[in-house]
Design a protein around this ligand. Structure first.
Ligand SMILES: Nc1nc2c(ncn2[C@@H]2O[C@H](COP(=O)(O)OP(=O)(O)OP(=O)(O)O)[C@@H](O)[C@H]2O)c(=O)[nH]1
Length: 354
């Protein structure tokens, strides 16, 4: 028997939502590319100033970034992060001990701080930052007592320091820009998910209730009209029973599309429950709402929904009600619901007002 309902953990790999394109892995890859390019520049720079030993250290760094990039490509985040930590700590320590504190290699250590808080939380993050701070201070203290092993000419040292400062500024800017973009995109995705029905792309019940409540308050304030429609697919259970759940879903989606195309921009449609929809029509009186309902009924009745080699047909019954001052929006919806059931009892495929 297939274990279709079980999480993929059971098959060895841990399930993680959005696994395919985790933003953190993308950042790691970009950082590896940028850092390797910078190390290549260092290689050329150190050769030019006559320090081949320092130049070759950068080749080791490039190899480490290449390995970290490959690890990130394969989804091995921990391995990639460990390699980057090893490279930056090693490079900062070697650079400082060989060329001196004024080389500015220690600035790269500061770039870990935002990354630490992105990947870890709470006490662990504070502990890692503290360890980083200790390393930074120890490196600084050491540089006072140990003379540079491979000192550079004063001009070369100044160029190197300003180069390092510029790179750290650029990397920080990139990381901040990237993380901010990722946060905004995630917020947009979340708010769309929180208000949308996944099957039809219409609003969900929670959001339409919030919206209907807001429209009722507006109506009280401006004394305009407000109407609601409840739309229910007729004999829907029979569609599921005779053609299967997927065919039922196609009918729901097709009716949802009709609703979207049959209302104005200021109107809102939502999936209210299984095969039921709610439409909120601001600035609309009962007669106008009944006309919209009739248009929807006719448009649904004209549908030919592709299914297998043939097509499916559907009809809907609609209940219409207009908001009355002093009542709750829930009461208006209840009157539309009562009208809907009158329509169901009256033979379906019709519009009733309540
Ligand atoms: N395919 C599919 N079926 C659903 C979904 N949500 C609810 N249903 C089914 O919709 C059916 C609703 O059946 P009923 O409430 O009896 O309504 P009906 O058959 O349309 O009858 P009337 O409304 O009286 O015309 C049930 O069989 C539910 O299982 C869904 O998302 N997809």
């Amino acid at each position: 028997m297939r274990d279709a309902g079980r999480p993929s953990q059971a098959r060895g790999k841990r399930y993680s939502p959005g696994d395919k394109k985790r933003p953190y892995l993308v950042v790691i890859q970009r950082c590896c590319q940028i850092a390797a390019a910078i190390d290549l520049l260092f290689f050329v720079l150190f050769y030019a100033v006559g320090s081949p030993l320092l130049a070759w250290i950068n080749i080791v760094s490039i190899a480490m970034y290449a390995a970290a990039y490959m690890a990130a490509t394969r989804g091995r985040q921990s391995a990639a992060v460990c390699l980057i930590w090893a490279e930056v700590l090693g490079h900062a320590a070697l650079g400082t001990l060989m060329v001196g504190w004024d080389s500015g290699f220690h600035y790269y250590l500061l770039m870990f701080i935002p990354g630490i808080f992105v990947s870890t939380r709470g006490a662990k993050a504070v502990l890692v930052v503290f360890a980083l701070w200790s390393f930074y201070v120890a490196l600084n203290a050491t540089s006072y007592f140990v003379a540079p092993i491979e000192p550079l000419q004063p001009v070369a040292l100044v160029v190197l320091r300003y180069f390092n400062i510029s790179v750290v500024f650029a990397m920080f800017s990139y990381l901040t820009w990237y993380y901010f973009g990722a946060i905004v995109a995630a917020q947009k995705r979340l708010s769309a998910l929180a208000m949308t029905d996944p099957l039809t792309g219409l609003y969900n019940r929670r959001y339409i209730m919030e919206l209907a409540g807001y429209e009722a308050v507006q109506q009280k304030r401006l004394l305009t009209n407000l109407a609601v429609l409840i739309v229910d697919i007729d004999f829907f259970k029979a569609v599921n029973d005779s053609h299967g759940h997927e065919a039922g879903d196609s009918v729901i989606v097709a009716v949802g599309e009709v609703l979207k195309s049959s209302i104005r921009e200021q109107d809102s449609a939502a999936r209210w429950s299984g095969e039921e929809f709610l439409i909120v029509l601001p600035d609309t009186n009962l007669d106008a709402a009944a006309m919209v309902a009739e248009r929807i009924r006719a448009n649904v009745a004209a549908l030919a929904i592709p299914h297998g080699a043939g097509t499916l047909e559907a009809t809907v019954t609609l209940g219409v009600a207009s908001y009355r001052l002093g009542e709750t929006i829930g009461a208006t919806i209840a009157r539309a619901d009562a009208a809907l059931y009158k329509g169901k009892n009256g033979g379906r495929d019709r519009v009733e007002t309540g």
